[in-house]
Design a protein around this ligand. Structure first.
Ligand SMILES: NC(=O)c1ccc[n+]([C@@H]2O[C@H](COP(=O)([O-])OP(=O)(O)OC[C@H]3O[C@@H](n4cnc5c(N)ncnc54)[C@H](O)[C@@H]3O)[C@@H](O)[C@H]2O)c1
Length: 495
């Protein structure tokens, strides 16, 4: 066995015990031997580190493992309890254990790493991506690319400053079926498309309530998990424990289901509509309705965007039980003068003429297309070949953030008082009626149970600043385009 340093030894010990815990059949001695012996890697092998391996990070591992001459040389997670499955999977295929880092900063010092693939919670995305690019790595970063609007512009600048490739993890962008559907729209085959609709109808049950602050897992470096956000003791306890996954419903870390599932459909809505900038207005109405729990974000949300050319996106989140809208539960509909296109999945859908007759079908997809597209761009050094670069990731994430700012700055009142918000956009008025019926079906009394009637935000698409915030405080609205970063985790220092 070749000699290795103490830090390396500790590192490998943690890895191997985690792999053993995960029930690996791995011959640990052999794996350790292999892990410390550098393989004669081909010159064009790309060395990948995956950051955040509890859930989505496993799909990242699948995206590189044994594919496109990539090698996963490191994994990073600030909770050592979750790394077992990743270790087992990687070691099983590559026959040697990757390095394990608890702290992303150690990983970034490793000159051997070419790609950092980020699947942490949302509040870490932009900072981790900026740090990785500053350290000379190319980045695949999960959606939503950012936790707030301004982070997106900073990341776009960082890709230019550091000359790095960044793919945003909205993988529908690479699916052949979805690409064909969008091409159909862009070719004018549905006529002039004035309105895109996105539906995020995904049941999200209550996360329950706890009496007071909870302990983070003892296996976790909670300071690292919080990163740029303030260190606040978790106030939730679910099947995911006190910290993992349900951060989606807490503003400091997540962006609600709009910034979770919904950002995929917001991205496709904007893409199909051919919008390449910020909207000129955004407004959102909704609530966390039907239950009272420790979550903060809306489980019901209807959002309207008007773009500078007058065209609209309507986006709807429904976390309570619901029927689909025009066959779309998690999907999109684009309405054109000559017909409409419905894509009820990531992998495509159908085109219809004005009489509702099906005239085309689009199908085909899978996560791998998006990872392949990224790796090809990394090798070719041609960012223009990326299917979802930082600019696209930024603009789509911003749709969620703007809706959430409108919502949070709105009036707490019943949703039967929301009609005036959508005046001038008949499809949005009609969508509001449908949303209220949906709530009634779920036992919500829309004339008694308060929701939020959001502030109408007006934007300058060039400066990406809010110029009017309805009757809400403009300075407060603009402050919400960014966040306070904790010392040592400030993104502005990295860009
Ligand atoms: N593209 C998709 O289809 C898709 C699907 C699911 C999730 N996602 C995205 O993937 C991300 C992760 O989602 P998840 O469901 O796996 O969440 P999760 O909470 O289950 O897992 C996140 C992991 O990141 C780790 N982590 C947190 N901070 C870290 C840090 N500073 N360094 C290293 N590790 C850190 C956590 O310990 C945890 O293990 C989210 O942003 C989510 O929106 C994308």
């Amino acid at each position: 066995m070749s000699v290795f340093h103490r830090r390396e030894f500790l590192n490998r010990s943690a890895i191997l015990s985690a792999a053993a815990l995960a029930g690996s059949n791995l011959n640990i001695a052999q794996a350790a031997e292999a892990a410390t012996t550098k393989k004669g890697a081909a010159n064009d092998r790309l060395r990948v580190a995956v950051v955040g391996v509890r859930g989505r990070g496993m799909a990242h591992i699948n995206g590189y493992l044994g594919k496109n001459n990539c090698e996963i040389v490191a994994i990073c997670d600030c909770d050592e309890a979750v790394i077992g499955n990743a270790m087992k999977k990687i070691t099983g295929v590559q026959k040697e254990a990757p390095k394990y880092h608890k702290d992303i900063r150690q990983l970034l010092d490793d000159k051997d790493i070419d790609i950092v693939s980020i699947a942490t919670p949302n509040h870490w995305h932009a900072l981790a991506a900026a740090w990785a690019m500053r350290a000379g790595k190319d980045v695949y970063c999960e959606k939503p690319l950012t936790h707030n609007v301004h982070e997106g512009r900073l990341l776009v600048e960082a890709t230019k400053k550091y000359g790095k490739i960044l793919q945003t993890g909205t993988q529908s962008r690479s699916n052949p079926g979805m690409r064909e559907a969008v091409q159909y729209l862009h070719d004018g085959k549905a006529g002039k498309v004035e309105l895109a609709y996105g539906t995020c109808y995904k049941p999200r049950p209550s996360i329950g309530k706890v009496d007071g602050p909870q302990q983070p897992p003892a296996t976790m470096d909670y300071n690292l998990w919080c990163g740029p956000a303030p260190v606040i003791q978790p106030h939730r306890k679910t099947k995911n424990g006190t910290v993992h996954y349900d951060w989606h419903w807490i503003w400091e870390y997540g962006n609600g289901d709009f910034g979770n599932q919904g950002v995929h459909e917001a991205d496709k809505a904007r893409w199909g509509l051919g919008q390449t900038g910020m909207p000129s207005t955004a407004v959102s109405v909704g609530g966390r309705l039907g239950y009272i729990d420790d979550g903060e974000t809306a489980n019901t949300q209807l959002c309207l965007y008007t773009y500078p050319d007058g065209r609209h996106v309507i986006f709807e989140v429904r976390g309570l039980k619901t029927e689909p809208y025009m066959t779309s539960k998690v999907g999109n509909i684009w309405f054109g003068t000559d017909g409409y296109v419905v894509c009820p999945s990531y992998a495509g859908g159908f085109a219809f003429d004005r009489d509702g007759k099906k005239v085309a079908e689009f199908k085909g997809g899978g996560d791998q297309y998006h990872f392949d597209n990224f790796v090809q761009a990394v090798r070719s050094r041609k960012p223009e070949t990326l299917n979802c670069n930082a600019e696209e990731g930024h603009l789509s994430a911003a749709m969620c953030h703007l809706a959430n700012i409108s919502y949070r700055l709105g009036d707490k009142t019943t949703l039967d008082k929301a009609d005036s918000v959508y005046a001038g956009c008949a499809p949005a008025v009609e969508a509001l009626d449908r949303m209220r019926s949906h709530l009634k079906d779920n036992g919500v009394d829309v004339s008694k149970d308060p929701g939020m009637v959001g502030a109408l935000l007006t934007l300058d698409p060039k400066t990406e600043k809010i110029t009017k915030a309805g009757h809400a405080d403009l300075a407060k609205a603009n402050a919400m385009l960014f966040r306070e970063y904790r010392k040592g985790f400030d993104i502005t220092e990295a860009v």
